[in-house]
Design a protein around this ligand. Structure first.
Ligand SMILES: Nc1ncnc2c1ncn2[C@@H]1O[C@H](COP(=O)(O)OP(=O)(O)OP(=O)(O)O)[C@@H](O)[C@H]1O
Ligand SMILES: [Mn+2]
Length: 441
């Protein structure tokens, strides 16, 4: 006889299968498989150069002088020999971080989740603690440790600029960005790390080592050195040894691909008392539209895409964004640093949507995908649940709690309604909608 428990379990499995089917249907939808503009030679971020004869000798020497813990390098100009992280680097183009249905993605994320860690050092830059992890095949990841429980909502009295970062937000942002069809976040997975074996014992960072201690209940802890929350009171502690965290694929080194950092025109004041210009000036968007690079191309609608992503996940901390210098102004915006998203589900933050509200402009492809995601057959919360369940940390606990998933649906409605209002206020649809897919019916 079926017990209540087994029936509940079956229902849960059924709905998990339904969610997954929705996600698959979504990714097979024509809106996710639009013909992309041809990628010319100069539209790839990096290119493999075949070695000149005289260079071969020095490479051979380097090969034999292999560093401790790393595998010998066995790759050459042939794509077949490339490790997943290198394929990822070579797949970055002017328009996206990776392809839709990228065949390399699963191998890449699998390695992030399971590869042996050879080195772990603190990464400078930014305010909160993070570690640069290296793998035996020379791949690297940026590790952000878990700082608070997933069900905890941000303290209402904390300003956005002193909020803790959340490892699950980094992971969920990657999934959300992909589900929105942007593909502008480098892949991120969750992972459990042994604080002693995978950090303390292998690090060459002496300053980091001095911050390790054992807590009163016997957990292994450390706090590192950084400008925010790096103290014994805010230590990161294993239970007793393992901690959860996010592992983000590292972008190509800056020596190979420089990036430009842009201050967001809708940046917050980062002050308890001051307002930013965009919060007080009624025609703010008009002035933004007149200045480079927002005065041409897709930069403004890309910024609006980013604000939609941020509104959905309630990220108030998008002070800057980056682009690859090689591509000039005509390129996608890199959505890095999403750790302050998903802090609150019970409240929305309308000001994050200011670029859309004030400019009344949106890419047609984005709007059509948002509408798709608001339909029950592709519901955003369901496809996010399905997508996140594929992350290794989902086995420990769901990466986003149900209230966060429902908040996504509620906020999506707000974005769509905002666009409808814009369409009503404007005479011509083309005033609001930037038609980036004119060939689409
Ligand atoms: N996946 C990545 N690959 C390469 N570089 C990265 C990656 N993620 C972040 N960085 C770089 O590291 C720097 C710090 O990262 P991040 O912004 O996530 O940290 P943060 O502590 O939140 O910073 P801030 O306090 O400035 O907001 C960024 O300026 C970015 O250029
Ligand atoms: Mn940040």
């Amino acid at each position: 006889m079926a017990t209540l428990e087994s029936v509940t379990q079956e229902v849960e499995m059924d709905s998990a299968a339904d969610d997954l089917a929705k996600l698959e249907a979504l990714f097979s939808h024509p809106l996710y498989n639009l013909p992309t503009p041809p990628v010319s030679d100069g539209d790839w971020l990096l290119k493999v150069r075949t070695k000149r004869k005289e260079e071969e000798h020095s490479t051979q020497q380097w090969l034999s002088a292999n560093e401790d813990g790393y595998d010998p390098i066995v790759w050459n100009a042939s794509a077949k020999t490339h490790p997943p992280w290198l394929r990822f680097h070579l797949g970055i183009s002017r328009w996206q971080m990776y392809q839709h249905k990228d065949p390399n993605l699963s191998a890449l994320t699998q390695q992030l989740a399971s590869h042996r860690i050879v080195s772990a050092v603190q990464k400078s830059g930014g305010t909160q603690l993070k570690l640069l992890m290296s793998f035996p095949n020379y791949g690297q990841a940026l590790f952000k440790p878990m700082k608070q429980e997933r069900h905890e909502e941000t303290n209402v009295n904390l300003y956005y600029f002193s909020d803790f970062e959340r490892h699950n937000a980094e992971i969920a942002a990657f999934h959300l960005d992909r589900i929105l069809g942007f593909r502008r976040v480098p892949p991120v997975v969750g992972r459990q790390i042994n604080v002693i074996k995978e950090i303390k014992d292998i690090t060459t960072d002496h300053k980091l080592v001095t911050t390790f201690f054992t807590s009163p209940v016997g957990n292994a802890c450390f706090y590192g050195q950084c400008s925010y929350y790096c103290s014994t009171e805010h230590a990161i502690c294993g239970r007793p040894l393992k901690i959860e965290g996010s592992m983000a694929t590292m972008l190509p080194d800056l020596s190979l691909a420089t990036r430009r950092s842009w201050r967001s025109p809708w940046r917050r004041s980062y002050s308890r008392t001051k307002l930013a210009l965009w919060e007080t000036e009624s025609n703010y968007c008009d002035s933004v539209k007149k200045i480079s690079p927002y005065d041409r191309g897709t930069r403004l609608v890309d910024l609006i895409d980013m604000s939609i992503l941020d509104f959905l996940m309630s990220n108030m901390d998008r002070h800057h964004y980056e682009t690859f210098e090689k591509f000039g102004n005509n390129t996608f915006l890199i959505h890095l640093d999403n750790g302050r998203a998903f802090g609150r589900h019970s409240k929305d933050e309308p000001s994050i949507l200011a670029p859309l509200v004030q400019c009344c402009r949106i890419r047609r492809s984005t709007l059509l995908r948002l509408r798709l995601l608001s339909r029950p057959s592709y519901r955003l919360s369901d496809v996010m649940r399905a997508s996140l369940s594929q992350d290794p940390l989902a086995a420990v606990a769901p990466l986003l709690t149900e209230p966060h998933l429902s908040a996504l649906d509620r906020r999506l409605e707000t974005v769509i309604q905002t666009t409808e209002n814009c369409l009503q206020q404007h005479l011509h649809h083309s005033d609001v909608i930037y038609d980036d897919i004119s060939e689409y019916p």
